[in-house]
Design a protein around this ligand. Structure first.
Ligand code: SF4
Length: 426
């Protein structure tokens, strides 16, 4: 069971991919997070690739929980969002202040301060351009949509996905619906209607992704599937199918097709798996004429979680396990100096056998935060080859992180003055 509320650190990503049907990304995206397989999985990323190749607008959506400091482990999500924004994505960021109120007893006013000072300012300093950032407690669109989505699921399904029991908190029932609404509302008519939408997440969020994809599909009129290797389009609902079939047939007239009003289906003989994304996207654009709740099932990328400096997950309960983006350079250096490593017990052994970068939180600092592929490769080879000692390696990593923090600190005032350009409804 993948638990979105748990504190487990997942390491066996291949097993997770097999068990939960997560696919590896292809080589379409040229970014160090993809090249280094720190983004190890995806669902339906071909929708985003299709949008980019065909100049179709697409969205990138994420959320932040305003409950503490933004740390290096959170940075991978916003790094991706900034990357997708650079490729043309319309970005939506939800501040989950309802959730921080419910789970951490943080007032809305305090959540607002934390979100702006600890997160949004750093996002801007890291390169995020103006976008739609909103507070869940303010946003009527997401609240209304969450209510509508609640009619599309039931307790049996939520129990199966999340392992809920009769004594589970209602928060665990509501929270997935609000998260689904956060993502799907970016496709409401007022934001341009249905669009391919990518959500970068840790694998612990996959239950939410699966639920929101199912909910999106349930609200669609046109359902595109594969039957015996070719495309089958079904018209859902009980309304007269003729109008929907005629419109779809006219849209897809470049395919060899047959249709049946009674069975509410269209079969495309010369279209298969390779055409499915294109047909689904085209039909969703057509469907938006008839359906205000027409959403393209969101795509997801899955990122590996950066290991804490003390091993395990980075956790605010263990302050020395993480480096906050608001930490001083001195604090960061001290924490890195005290970090666990994958080094041998003695310098002699390190020289003979080499270190183990794959089990080293210091090496992860390079992997996640040093954009220079050649330098990361050098660190790896020198460590493995026994010519790199952990003390010097930590000092180099500390300089790299310290320069990142210095840069963020220098940009802070300017970024703060721009926050209002990012906040919706203000
Ligand atoms: S040399 Fe660096 S990368 Fe290798 S184990 Fe030591 S700290 Fe980690």
């Amino acid at each position: 069971m993948i638990d979105p509320w748990g504190s487990n650190q997942y390491f066996d990503y291949e097993k997770l991919m097999k068990e939960f049907g997560i696919n590896a990304p292809d080589n379409f995206f040229d970014h160090y997070l993809f090249r280094r397989h720190l983004i190890f999985g995806q669902r339906s990323i071909e929708y985003i690739e299709y949008a980019i190749k065909n100049n179709i607008k697409f969205n990138a959506v994420t959320g932040l929980m305003p409950s503490g400091a933004m740390h290096l482990g959170n940075k991978i999500t916003i790094d991706q969002i900034i990357f997708f924004q650079g490729l043309g994505a319309n970005v939506f960021i939800s501040v989950a202040d309802l959730e921080s109120y419910a789970t951490r007893n943080i007032s809305f006013e305090r959540a607002r301060e934390i979100a702006i000072n600890n997160y949004i300012v750093n996002y801007i300093s890291l390169g995020l351009k103006p976008c739609n950032i909103y507070f869940q407690s303010d946003d009527k669109d997401t609240q209304r949509l969450a209510f509508i989505l609640s009619n599309e699921t039931n307790m049996t399904e939520l129990k199966a996905i999340y392992g809920l029991t009769d004594s589970s908190s209602m928060l665990h029932v509501n929270s997935p619906l609000i998260q689904a609404s956060d993502v799907l509302h970016s496709q409401l008519k007022k934001f341009g209607g249905p669009r391919p939408t990518v959500v970068p997440v840790g694998v612990d969020q996959d239950p939410h992704i699966r639920l929101m994809r199912d909910l999106a599909s349930r609200l669609r009129i046109y359902n595109v599937s594969l039957k015996d290797g070719h495309i089958l389009i079904s018209i859902k609902g009980t309304m007269d199918s003729k109008k929907f079939i005629d419109e779809a047939v006219s849209l897809l007239n470049n395919y060899e097709l047959s249709y049946n009003y009674d069975y509410r289906t269209i079969e495309l003989k010369n279209a298969g798996e390779d055409n499915k994304t294109e047909i689904d996207i085209k039909l969703s654009f057509l469907e938006s004429k008839f359906n205000d709740l027409d959403f393209i099932a969101p795509s997801a990328t899955f990122q590996k979680l950066e290991t804490g400096l003390k091993g395990g997950k980075m956790s605010s309960h263990v302050p020395d396990s993480l480096i906050s983006l608001n930490d001083t350079e001195e604090d960061a250096k001290r924490k890195i100096k005290a970090s666990l490593t994958g080094g041998r017990k003695t310098i002699e052994d390190q020289k003979i056998y080499g270190g183990d970068p794959e089990r080293c939180p210091v090496y992860e600092l390079y992997m996640y935060h040093d954009k220079d592929d050649a330098n990361v490769q050098r660190v790896y080879e020198e460590c493995r080859g026994g010519v790199r000692m952990c003390g010097a390696c930590k000092s180099e990593a500390a300089e790299m992180i310290s320069s990142l923090l210095k840069d963020l600190n220098e940009k802070r005032d300017e970024s703060m003055s721009k926050v209002h350009e990012y906040l919706s409804h203000e």
